[in-house]
Design a protein around this ligand. Structure first.
Ligand SMILES: Nc1ncnc2c1ncn2[C@@H]1O[C@H](COP(=O)(O)OP(=O)(O)O)[C@@H](O)[C@H]1O
Ligand SMILES: [Mg+2]
Length: 194
């Protein structure tokens, strides 16, 4: 049986037994060729990263031009449980650090893209905006996106979550990234004022 379980801005997510099929839909407001290029490149990118980050992502089953088949991860979205369990952020931080040490950034590090699986392991999904990068700036921006997500969805436990996250987050150049994050945050605040 196939059932649609989510429909985001970009893709339809269908579940078929233990499998997820992520289908990036055509966007009519985009120029046809540009649209196809974007959907193809994001699909390719996501597939590549799933292979590189085996274990902390769903297992990749099959790649099409604009579709991906991957393991369905049974569990809970962090979006629904993190406010009540801010300590979980330590493990999110730890794994984000491991990802950054591989010079990969997630690109959309929100709690809708993190699952606590049945074995209580943190797993990451949705790598369509990810990138390989050595830049401290890019890693800091990844953390900035996470902070923004916490502010909007988990503001009641924001402090506890961030404390736990930074405790777990230990990439080789942690200090440099967190210092850069402060600059990124300041830039964001100044923009809001203008
Ligand atoms: N491999 C998976 N296992 C379990 N649930 C998934 C999986 N992939 C996606 N989902 C569910 O579908 C939602 C949307 O998928 P996602 O890849 O984040 O696409 P979008 O680009 O639309 O955000 C996720 O928030 C999650 O609830
Ligand atoms: Mg998503």
């Amino acid at each position: 049986m196939t059932e649609e379980i989510a429909r985001g801005a970009e893709a339809v997510i269908k579940k078929e037994d233990d499998k997820i099929i992520k289908d990036r839909l055509q966007k009519n407001y985009r120029h046809k060729e540009i649209d196809e290029q974007l959907r193809t490149s994001r699909t390719k990118r996501e597939a590549k990263i799933l292979e590189k980050l085996k274990g902390i992502t769903p297992k990749l089953i099959k790649t099409g031009k604009t579709t991906l088949e991957m393991e369905y991860i049974k569990g809970k979205l962090l979006r629904d449980i993190l406010t009540e369990n801010p300590g979980l952020a330590k493990e999110i931080g730890k794994k984000t650090g491991l990802i950054h040490d591989k010079n990969i950034i997630h690109g959309d590090l929100t709690t809708s893209n993190i699952i606590l699986d049945e074995n209580n392991k943190i797993r990451f999904i949705d790598f369509g905006l990810s990138n390989t990068t050595y830049k401290t700036e890019d890693k800091a921006v990844d953390l900035h996106v996470f902070l923004e997500a916490i502010e909007s969805k988990h503001y009641k436990a924001k402090k506890e979550i961030w404390t736990a996250f930074t405790e777990g987050y230990n990439p080789s150049n942690k200090k440099e990234i967190l210092e850069r994050l402060e600059i990124v945050e300041k830039r964001g605040r100044n923009k809001q004022k203008n």
